[in-house]
Design a protein. Structure first.
Lengths: 460, 460
């Protein structure tokens, strides 16, 4: 054993403990194993690949560049791409069924619709091939004792509890994390959970004949209605998962749609082109739960070199930017960089991780709420769509100086906090440019060109 | 039984349950009893009047008008006044021991230094005289089950747990409330706990000969030092409770004062006039805990007509405005008004209580943090003190139109949110007036008088 390895604790023989075997937990386990660690993963639910699994309903996930990079790091990118559907643009449906389009980026840039359950199963298959990782299912975390470094796990199948000790514990147990709940009771732990006054309801657009798609397959569909909206993402079988984001209370809200007739009447009025494609509308509306939308922030994310929170456990966000999973996956990328740099110096790894990552998680939380307003309201405004076209022209003309905010978040690896700051600065510039522009062609006007050049000169 | 009482559920025979028998809990129990309800109070600690009680250290409390009104409502105001010390002004101690003064209000207006333990004992004595109220001590709340409406209480003296059912539960169990913790796990419960980067340490200025006061008795003493401060409040025995508010980390912080010599050296440098009066300084510094400073916000404060949070359980604030207890006592005043208005209609009472009280609690939380900056920094600035003198002259000249912010918070019953909004508007006016003023006498200048008249005309 060299002096260098003696200087930092040698934890090669200490198993890593991961609480939560969802998307981020299983990806993290793979990264830890690739770094030579043995890993024990405790997952509350049954194995999603087993017959006892009841798949929870969920918004389809939108994989984008940050997520792909993390998947690439463990060599699973191509396999996932095979079952992912690229979405190149937003398609907006107005109240008369008229469509408008907004590309997400360049012609070849897309976000990818994937099934949460499918992705989770694929990651677990990979985990099974990794001899260093053991996954225990049906393990409900009843108690985390940070002082004695123990976990009490209730085995739902066996009907009994076992106490496990840990040396390094990773909490990837989601927005309602048990690991974080234990940390919340420690002194000086900052914490907040804030709910939107909106809930969401999962609905379905049925597949067309021969598993064809009844509306454009390679797009994210939005029915923006100002104070509420519906969206739809395609599935491989021709159907679409729709989600209605709707106020809990108020004039148009879950509390006013109480009968099948009210639901049908309301949908026919505001989503007339979608209703004929939704044969199970009323049944789904009343059988599916109304789910809430929470933002969780906390700090610190670590306890000494003993505990670290990742993913939704430390930064749960609302789903409107499609970045929840991507941000959690990027956590794994960042952690793997720090493991490479700092070896087994977990104190340094955990400290640097939280210091680097916290401002980006906060920015992403703000961006997600911001994008809700954009999707439910602003995308219905022709002036907003014109502004996006002008922005994309500026970006084409000045590619080194201007990347639209959406592209910075979705198609780059720029830290979220930088993307958000850049995006706000660019928005202020657009507020000064747009009064001079009435049509797309006005972009070529000499005074507009001069104004843009002047604004961009100021940025340097 | 009249038709009117039949219209609302008759809960006369349903005992009220109060978790937490501290200041707000015992006052609340008295108010509930005066309204004809029987009340069972569970308190975690032993009876503070018994020999087994270990009195916790605490900042002395500053009772002001909102607190007095609540005590008056149960007829205990005069008895408490007998053991309260009026403080008519702030006395600032600079680094050379020079003093400056700032009155709190008019000559006869004061805040009152009282002992938390003494006040709690007096309220419990009153509770004992109230046959409708039963207080059970040593009852640690282990679990609140909101669905089955049960409490699991661990009796520390008996060493066993008992399950109690409740019909109407009041959570007055403080900043780390168990009742709130149960509510936090329910859907759509907004919650945040935010810590300052400052801790506090209790210290003592000893009594002079024959229980005399070594520094001015009827004042709140402040040693403002920009990034930190010490304060002192008088006790009846001639001593003062001092509190050092100090950063946890950084150049001058708890992490840099590690030895008795470092503590003495630092105090002699920055609090030179206080050190000779603090014979136990080093011992107290290392024996007394360093305590943290948290702001807790949450919403809703109620569950149906079943549970209501009051006091620190729903709105814990930092102590710098001396309003924590006063705000909790004002909760009792507001609740008693709503009980008078709505009888046994607890759903309405709880709804109106939280809707009316939440914005005021939020404003008070902001005011408390604001006053920390004022006390540790701004009160050392001669321009700030001059501004306060000018404000007091404006208030004397225009008593109907101008009440200083501190007086609105401390010597009025104006809702906190209104006080805070008025105070901010007045501060903006002062920012426009002060550039014209160099000395107190400048207040009489015709152009200053004209400016003030003009500003106040705008306010109407």
């Amino acid at each position: 054993m060299s002096a260098a390895t003696l200087a930092t604790p040698n934890t090669d023989n200490e198993p890593m403990t991961v609480v939560g075997g969802g998307l981020v937990g299983s990806l993290l386990a793979l990264y830890l194993a690739r770094h030579g660690h043995t890993v024990q993963v405790f997952e509350r639910r049954p194995d999603p690949r087993s017959s006892e699994s009841l798949e929870g309903r969920s918004i389809n996930l939108a994989l984008s560049d940050r997520g792909w990079r993390a998947l690439q790091g463990i060599g699973v990118e191509e396999a996932v791409r095979e079952v992912a559907i690229p979405l190149y643009r937003r398609v907006m449906h107005d109240q008369r069924g008229q469509l408008t389009m907004q590309p997400y980026g360049h012609a070849e840039q897309a976000i990818y619709s994937v099934s949460r359950a499918g992705l989770n199963k694929r990651l677990l298959d990979l985990v099974d091939q990794e001899p260093r990782v053991e996954v225990l299912f049906n393990q409900q975390c009843r108690r985390v004792d940070l002082r004695s470094r123990t976990l009490e796990m209730f085995d739902a199948a066996a009907g009994n509890s076992q106490v496990h000790t840990y040396r390094h514990l990773f909490g990837t147990d989601g927005a309602y994390s048990s690991v974080r709940a234990a940390m919340q009771k420690t002194d000086r732990f900052n914490y907040s959970q804030q709910y939107l006054n909106y809930g969401y309801k999962e609905l379905t657009i049925a597949a067309g004949p021969n598993n064809s798609w009844a509306i454009e397959k390679n797009a994210l569909h939005i029915w923006p209605r100002g104070q509420y909206m519906m969206i739809a993402l395609p599935n491989l079988d021709g159907s679409f998962n729709c989600t209605l984001f709707f106020p809990y209370e108020g004039p148009n809200s879950f509390e006013t749609l109480l009968t099948p007739a009210q639901v049908r009447g309301f949908f026919e009025e505001v989503f007339p082109d979608a209703v004929p494609l939704m044969p199970e509308l009323e049944q789904e509306f009343f059988e599916n739960p109304t789910s809430s939308l929470v933002t969780v922030r906390c700090y610190p994310w670590s306890v000494a070199d003993e505990v670290l929170l990742l993913g939704d456990a430390s930064h749960a966000i609302v789903p409107f930017y499609g970045q929840g999973m991507n941000a959690g996956f990027e956590d794994c990328t960042i952690l793997q960089e720090l493991m490479t740099r700092h070896g087994d110096n977990w104190l340094t790894i955990f400290q640097e991780f939280q210091q680097q990552r916290k401002p980006n998680a906060d920015a992403m939380a703000d961006l997600a709420v911001y994008n809700f307003e954009e999707m439910r309201d602003r995308v219905a405004d022709p002036r907003f769509l014109l502004q996006k076209k002008i922005e994309s022209k500026i970006s084409a003309q000045y590619p080194q100086q201007w990347l639209p905010l959406y592209s910075q978040v979705t198609f780059s690896h720029l830290p979220y906090a930088e993307a958000w700051a850049n995006g706000q600065a660019q928005e202020r510039i657009m507020q000064r440019i747009m009064p001079h522009i009435q049509t797309e062609a006005d972009f070529e006007l000499p005074e507009v060109q001069a104004l843009i050049a002047q604004e961009l000169a100021h940025r340097e």
